[in-house]
Write a protein that binds this ligand. Structure first.
Ligand SMILES: NC(=O)c1ccc[n+]([C@@H]2O[C@H](COP(=O)([O-])OP(=O)(O)OC[C@H]3O[C@@H](n4cnc5c(N)ncnc54)[C@H](OP(=O)(O)O)[C@@H]3O)[C@@H](O)[C@H]2O)c1
Length: 327
């Protein structure tokens, strides 16, 4: 089968289209003929050799697929050959065929194209898991989201608006994305390059701080994140782009009864991921089917142009998701 391969780790240039062996679905898995996948920031980190796939998963890049079920592995009875599905994979999305656990797949609503479906699982499930299931955001709360133009955080803004219409999303963004972030539903957009986000959060919340923060910046933002968090607030860390070591005032954290939660989706045990996918199917899939939430496609590339798609994400001019489509 056709797949995006790399002979060594490095920049986008290491990606090349080639031939790989078609995978065989194991117990509880199905084979999906991939119509589209999308680029997620962790793919770039894996390409650089800093984010290996979990044991047993494909080492081909790609954390999600949208396509058609072509074969059922042993023990699978919830899908039929020919079903249109989208889902999470531990790896292998950048290929003509991928295997996925049956319970990590969702039926694609008729109202969604394969390209749109390819934008949903990694970004929206990550946002849903961390803001709602772990962060515990409730209607009327205030949440701080960092990087409002990215895949996960455009999804998070949309989910806040749809699931908790009275919650207020305060969102950091670079200047060129401010207007689009505001149009998506942010109550306040903070230019993280020129403004002190902790001061802006303090002003907006009259000193109370926010109930939940979704952070992927890590070390450089820890102190300002803790300043921005309300008494009893939850800081959910899903990325560490600025570094992994930072100082924390434990006393203040204790007195303010705050929680810091680290979270990854990819390496969770299969049954845990299944439970998260099932919860997402109940709570969010109907909103996507009704197009109350519409995935934001920045651009669609052919799978053959994966290197160009990675360069586009590295330039960080995208708003929403970058899709790879198979012809
Ligand atoms: N733990 C998990 O389970 C999990 C799952 C998926 C993704 N992630 C992580 O989540 C993050 C986002 O992934 P993604 O696929 O959505 O990537 P993405 O589309 O590239 O989004 C990242 C966003 O962050 C913005 N940004 C960069 N530097 C910033 C800063 N200092 N302050 C605020 N915003 C900044 C970028 O835009 P500007 O440069 O224009 O600001 C961009 O909009 C990545 O770190 C990824 O590894 C974690």
């Amino acid at each position: 089968m056709k797949a995006v391969l790399l002979d060594e780790f490095g920049g986008a240039d290491v990606l090349r289209i080639g031939e790989a062996e078609r995978p065989t679905p194991g117990q509880g898995q199905v084979l999906v003929e991939v119509a589209a996948t999308s680029v997620n920031r962790p793919d770039l980190v894996q390409r650089e050799g800093k984010y290996p796939p979990p044991k047993g998963d494909s080492d081909i890049l790609g954390l999600e697929v949208a396509g058609t079920v072509r074969e059922l592995g042993p023990g699978v009875n919830r899908w039929s050959v020919g079903d249109r599905v989208m889902g999470l994979v531990g790896g292998g999305g950048y290929a003509e065929y991928a295997v996925a656990y049956a319970d990590h797949l969702l039926r694609i609503p008729e109202s969604l194209s394969f390209e749109e479906a390819a934008c949903i699982c990694e970004a929206y499930i990550t946002a849903y898991l961390n803001v709602f299931l772990l962060g515990g955001l409730e209607d009327g709360d205030t949440v701080l989201l960092h990087g409002g133009g990215g895949g996960v955080n455009t999804a998070a803004i949309q989910l806040c608006k749809a699931l908790t219409p009275n919650a207020k999303a305060l969102v950091t963004a670079s200047p060129g994305k401010r207007e689009r972030v505001a149009a998506l539903g942010a109550a306040l957009v903070i230019d993280y390059r020129t403004q002190d986000f902790a001061a802006e959060v303090k002003r907006f919340t009259d000193g109370r701080g926010v109930a939940v923060i979704l952070d992927h910046i890590g070390a450089a933002y820890l102190a300002s994140n803790m300043k921005s968090l309300a008494v009893g607030g939850r800081l959910v860390v899903i990325g560490v782009t600025s570094g992994i070591e930072a100082q924390l005032n434990l006393g203040l954290m204790m007195v303010k009864r705050q929680r810091i939660i680290g979270s990854v989706l990819r390496s969770r045990p299969v049954p845990e991921k299944s439970a998260i996918v099932a919860e997402f199917a109940d709570q969010v899939l109907p909103l996507l089917a009704e197009r109350k939430i519409v995935p934001l496609i920045h651009k669609v590339y052919a799978l053959e142009d994966a290197a160009q798609a990675h360069r586009e994400m590295e330039a960080s001019a995208h708003f929403g998701k970058i899709v790879l489509a198979l012809s």
